[in-house]
Ligand binder design. Sequence first.
Ligand code: ZN
Length: 468
Amino acid sequence: MGALMPDPTHTGSTWWCEHAWLGDDTISSSVMISVAGGRITSIAPNTHPPRSARVLKGLVVPGMANAHSHAFHRALRGRTQRDRGTFWTWRDLMYRTADRLDPDSYRLLARGVYAEMALAGITAVGEFHYLHHGPNGRPYADPNAMGKALVDGAADAGVRLTLLDTCYLSSGVDGAPLAPGPQQRFGDGSGDAWAGRTESLRQDLSERTDVIVGAAVHSVRGVPREHIPAVVEWSNSHAAPLHVHSSEQTAEVDQCIAVHGCTPTALLRDVGALGPRTTAVHATHLTDADLADLDRTATGVCFCPTTERDLGDGIGPAPQLLDSAGLFSLGSDSHAVIDLFEEARAVELDERLARRERGVFTASRLLGAATTDGQHALGWTDAGRISVGERADFVAVDLGSIRTAGCGPTLETAVFAATATDVTDVVIDGRHIVADRRHHSIDDPAGELGQCISALMDTGAPQKEPAR
Ligand SMILES: [Zn+2]
């Protein structure tokens, strides 16, 4: 296979994989991969490991992308199920959490959540970020302090971040203002004000090679129609990813039809928000016309099956969407679990339950959603594949754990048998972030995360307004 010139500013390294997925449906063995400047410079299967090589045992797959995350929802795990837990239990607790975070505690929480992702083989995360301001909506001295807390948390964990800065202005499809209380922290007042703040964040982070600032429209509930074009224009002017929650629940679709006379997808089409850089998150309740619009505009979708089942949202039309022109990515959204293997297999298993028939998608297509499509949906168009010139992201999956023993070095083992705990090693941009299930710089991620969530949820109090 071809070789690129090594970048002299980085030390090169050589990795040797017992087995590796290099694309298509096949697994290659004894694969030597050379890396320079954080990128793959050569790949040679059927090679003896040179003495200098770092060995990755098991099955090596490309870095996975968690295309839809709300980091602070991780604090609700386990708690929102108490007393059975309705949608409203979940939402009340979510707002209580939002009320208690400040930039310092948010950085600690994000560091732990993103460390959990790194340990699960996630090399890039798309953070759908709307907790912008202090209590009562008063901006911090740096109005992007909360976004920068997420940037710092991701850097601590060694994970690339696409910060999808989210415009969130209203509390209903009818344009009702944000409610008093925690919702006030989400709003910028207008699409133009959102664009001004987000542009200054982009400029502050323009030197970073591990962060992309993207855009998000919260939903047709969260942004009145007339404010969406400002977000679309900002994302177009920087060729930035644009994500939007869409058609998650039937109530949202019904309200949109009642107020605007069209579905959320049609509304997004009419304001110019659909296209290949756009990802419609959830896309659960779609009409045939919606599906045609998404296909014609090559708009991507992001399914979050473990959250959608946790909230009782429904099952989206995966077969049509996986056949569509747009990307099909996956996210853990509310972080009921963080396990991209689980998200990938859920797409197939949900479809089996719905149609009472097996074998709808191949394991390679499902793993492609968790890797290539996800990385591309987050703007990392040079990641998600093990091939020359791509970013050196590798995830080694243990083939000898109690879950995977005897399954064999196949993609089906990764997608249908492995869990996040079977990830032993994670390389991100050529850096060995997780080795033998241990994070390279955070000694006790579980202890840190537990302490942080307990301080927030068990003894924490609502934050005070930032000083003027
Ligand atoms: Zn979401």
